[in-house]
Design a protein around this ligand. Structure first.
Ligand code: FES
Length: 906
């Protein structure tokens, strides 16, 4: 730290602080245009110039570091004159005198160039005004570029290259001028543009815009800050609302996104809210015609309450199950599980973590005592020296995390990718272990053995903070590099190099996703990964830990809120009598004590007739669960099915009653992101005919005899805090307070003054001593054979989310990515006589679909890959409902298929 002087004031700053940064911290205004914090500081516009005593001429404050004893003046005649001249040159470049632009410009009223002109009193320019030039580029469905309005500040280039790490926008030369090369022309699909729009957000003029910007002006709209409803990164943004319509979004500098958004968050998070296909009235199935028909809310809720009461009274609560919506707010999910337990009298309540990160919850609870991400995203990207990325493709599944990892790579972070496919990040990886799907346990055991043999383990940590190391060391001895290389089909030298790179780093983080969990050995895979961090003492410190990237926006919250057969809120165990007694006292009702069913175990029970009634809140298992025939058979066998959703989903088509609920943009509440960060969502619009989901559950509870008062979401969060020690310090009031606003609170947050817990297991594991897994490698449940010779694994693409319920309502998204495909290795395709783009039939023991071949070397020989989003050619007709042996998560990532070329359609 050192002192220097600005405008006569002494300020104290850290080494490396710019003059502009120091001035802003001291609330001294300096105008800027080309500078954008964390994005660009090329120092080209010269609006931020200041005088520094002893320096000849003016200096750009945005990229000049302060020095001890420096004396800076931010205002003087000479400074003002220089700033005005700089601005006059810029507006000549921008063509301000051509009034044709400003009147029609989409940025009119929100243009930073206009703002600076007003601030500095510049109305025209004495310089020759540049004529309109360059071709307007308008082919991207979301983005357009008008080079005539470009002032060459390069903020867009900084946003694309530095912040998003994408390197799609570049600069070129046109004569003596620098020009921006924006990839929005006819060939834009051949570039690696992700249509994220971070360039448009950075553009201070109307040169690069989101096309929808043309539909509104800044004085017509209001901003509602909320949390993105797609993946669990927890990006903060504003919904831009005109009247009762959302017309746009705008990234906000949140703790996990730092102003960035991906294409889904920016462009596919509101069309679905106001889609014509939204359900706007309840539906009841007419028993005579078999059709779903519109009904009143009263009739629908009466029927729901009557039928569930009948089933409960005749068969007990064990015969009813409820699935919670991991897209919805914590407050909704809390009320859903409260309804299930108080009036359905069942613990058969679960959420979609069962089909994704159930193994993370179960595995990390066993090894560490807490089944959640240990370190924040920003901490990992800023502090880790090495990232070990296993079974995770963040550029597509968690794109804003992917952007931050790309930016971290540029800063020198080392990356080890462990993935069966060539993902985008494997190109920049120091080591890519392209292992056989389903062999994670062998890989992890092999790494631990190598760490022990190289003595890259933390003896003190092992001794003081863990138990059972000797058993682990004995178990991994069989996992020699040669044996692991054989099982995983990798090079033994790469395995050794990966162990050494990770083990030698002082700070290294493991980041993983569904490539680890969605196996019949998923929980063992998670625990085996945890061994790697534990033997090297990489827990409870910055830039370390084990970090499951949770899938859906609030799947972390769905688990936290007790939508789980064995847990009440905050992972308080049903099996612990004092926990149940506490909730009985708080809720004033006797609660079921039996161990509930996992959702995936409930389907066979529907087929056997043991489960007769099902309430599905916001899930679409017909689209998303493995082995679709099996799911449909189970749903058809139910006596009573209720679906509460936004659309008439494939699952809702089998329902007896359909209830139109509300989306994230129509309600107050909170989401918990993948870092355990509880953040606010806020109501932006109203969709007539729908009903708040918490009110739906309250109405059913009252009709079934439980006196549940109608509470606001804020009151519900207060109730959650009162029964949940890890949420005791969380309230809407606190989240909205100036102190916390914009940062959220990371649980555990145990009291009103507790700041939250960014890093878990500091000094001590939640369970006390860390526990090692001694799981052995087991082969996947179905391997290729002569009849089904290819291995199929499934995953996400950038442009869609899960069953596309939200993303396919945005036209531009479907234009870019609208159909199913299967990736085949070049050699397999050649052997099968299949060319890139051919239509193919894909069969497994469970079903047959048509799709389109994408031929490349992304997958290994003998392996194939499909996205799981699309209704046409949905891969879940093929996948197998083989379940994890501990938490019943399905083995989506491995099944055996046969691929045959289809005749071209006429
Ligand atoms: Fe500093 Fe443009 S803002 S030179």
């Amino acid at each position: 730290m050192f002192d220097f002087t600005i405008d006569g004031r002494t300020v104290t700053v850290e080494e490396g602080t710019t003059i502009l940064g120091a001035a802003r911290a001291a609330q001294i205004h300096i105008p800027t245009l080309c500078y954008l914090k964390g994005v660009s500081s090329i120092g080209s516009c010269r609006l931020c110039v200041v005088e520094v005593e002893g320096v000849t001429g003016l200096v750009a404050s945005c990229n000049t570091a302060a020095r001890p004893g420096m004396v800076v003046r931010t205002r003087s005649e000479a400074i003002d004159s220089a700033r005005r001249t700089a601005l006059e040159l810029i507006i000549a470049e921008h063509g301000l005198n051509s009034t044709q632009y400003c009147f029609s410009c989409p940025k009119n009223g929100a243009c930073e160039l206009q703002d600076r002109c007003r601030e500095l009193g510049v109305e025209t320019t004495p310089f020759e005004v540049k004529p309109a030039s360059g071709e307007k580029l308008d082919s991207n469905p979301f983005l357009a570029f008008n080079p005539s309005l470009c002032i060459r500040c390069q903020r867009c280039v900084g946003a694309c290259n530095n912040a998003a790490g994408n390197h799609t926008l570049t600069t070129g030369r046109r004569g003596v001028r620098t020009s921006i090369l924006a990839p929005f022309g006819a060939d834009w699909k051949s570039t690696n543009c992700e249509s994220c729009g971070n360039c448009a957000q950075a553009c201070p003029t109307g040169a690069i815009i989101e096309k929808r910007r043309r539909e509104y002006r800044s004085w017509e709209i209001k901003r509602v800050q909320t949390t993105c409803p797609h993946c669990a990164t927890g990006c903060q943004y504003n919904l831009i609302v005109k009247g009762n319509r959302i017309v746009d979004t705008e990234g906000v500098d949140g703790p996990s996104n730092h102003g960035l958004l991906c294409v889904k968050g920016r462009s596919a998070s509101f069309d679905f809210v106001q889609s014509e296909r939204r359900l706007k009235t309840p539906l009841i199935r007419n028993k005579e015609t078999g059709e779903l028909e519109p009904a009143s809310w009263e009739d629908a809720l009466d029927l729901v309450a009557r039928r569930f009461t009948e089933i409960r009274e005749k068969n007990g609560g064990e015969a009813i199950a409820a699935f919670a919506c991991a897209r919805s707010a914590n407050e909704d999910i809390y009320m859903l599980q409260k309804m299930a337990r108080t009036v359905f009298k069942t613990n058969n309540v679960d959420n979609c973590a069962r089909v994704c990160h159930g193994p993370s919850v179960a595995g990390l609870q066993r090894t560490l005592g807490s089944g959640a991400m240990t370190n924040p995203i920003t901490d990992i990207c800023e502090n880790a020296e090495v990232i070990l990325l296993v079974g995770s493709n963040p550029e597509e599944a968690h794109p804003v995390i992917g952007m931050q990892i790309r930016a971290a790579l540029r800063r020198g972070v080392k990356l080890i990718v462990v993935d069966p496919r060539d993902i985008g990040l494997s190109k920049s990886a120091d080591i890519h272990l392209k292992l056989r799907p389903g062999t994670n346990v062998a890989f992890a055991n092999g790494i631990v053995r190598q760490l022990i043999h190289d003595d890259l383990i933390d003896h003190e940590f092992i001794k003081t903070r863990t138990e059972g190391f000797e058993e682990l060391a004995a178990m991994v001895e069989d996992y020699t590099p040669e044996r692991v290389a054989d099982i995983c089909r990798i090079d033994a030298r790469d395995l050794i190099a990966a162990a050494r790179l990770y083990g030698r780093a002082h700070r290294a983080a493991i980041v993983y996703c569904l490539g680890v969990t969605e196996h019949s050995s998923g929980t063992e895979g998670v625990m085996s990964l945890s061994n790697i961090a534990m033997v090297t003492g990489k827990y409870g410190r910055p830039g370390c830990g084990i970090n499951p990237l949770r899938g859906q926006n609030n799947v972390q919250g769905a688990c936290d809120m007790g939508a789980s057969p064995g847990d009440l809120t905050g992972y308080q165990k049903i099996a612990t009598p004092s926990v149940v007694e506490k909730f009985e006292k708080a809720w004033g009702v006797e609660l079921p004590r039996f161990k509930g069913l996992f959702a995936t175990d409930a389907f066979p029970k529907m087929i056997s007739g043991d489960v007769k009634g099902l309430f599905i809140f916001g899930e679409d298992p017909v689209r998303t669960d493995p082995d679709t025939h099996h799911v449909i058979k189970a749903l058809k066998n139910l006596e009573f099915l209720v679906v509460d959703d936004l659309f008439l989903t494939e699952t809702a088509k089998y329902a007896d009653v359909v209830l139109p609920g509300r989306s994230y943009a129509e309600k107050e509440g909170t989401f918990s992101n993948t870092e355990r960060r509880v953040q606010r969502i806020r109501k932006a619009v109203e969709i007539p005919g729908t009903r708040a989901d918490t009110d739906i559950f309250t109405d059913i509870m009252n009709r079934m005899g439980y006196p549940q008062p109608r509470l606001t979401p804020a009151e519900i969060m207060d109730e959650i805090a009162s029964v949940t020690p890890s949420f005791a310090g969380i309230s809407h009031k606190r989240l909205d307070s100036a102190k916390v606003a914009g940062c959220g609170l990371q649980w555990p947050c145990t009291g009103p003054d507790h700041p939250g817990t960014p890093i878990l297991h500091v000094g001590k594991f939640t369970r006390g001593l860390g526990h090692y897994s001694t799981a052995l490698y087991r082969a996947s449940s179905e391997l290729p054979d002569a009849e089904y010779p290819l291995m199929l694994t499934t995953g996400r693409v950038l442009y869609h989310y899960n069953a596309c319920a939200m993303t396919d309502k945005t036209e531009g998204i479907n234009e870019i990515s609208g159909h199913s495909f299967i990736e085949l290795n070049t050699k397999d395709a050649k052997r099968l006589g299949i060319a890139d783009g051919d239509r193919v039939k894909v069969s497994s023991r469970r079903g047959v679909i048509d799709s389109v071949a994408h031929v490349s070397d992304k997958t290994n020989v003998g392996e194939s890959w499909m996205p799981f989003h699309f209704q046409d050619g949905n891969c879940n007709w093929l996948t197998k409902a083989a379940l994890d042996n501990i938490c019943s998560t399905p083995e989506y990532k491995v099944c055996a298929v046969r691929v045959e070329k289809l005749a071209p359609s006429m």
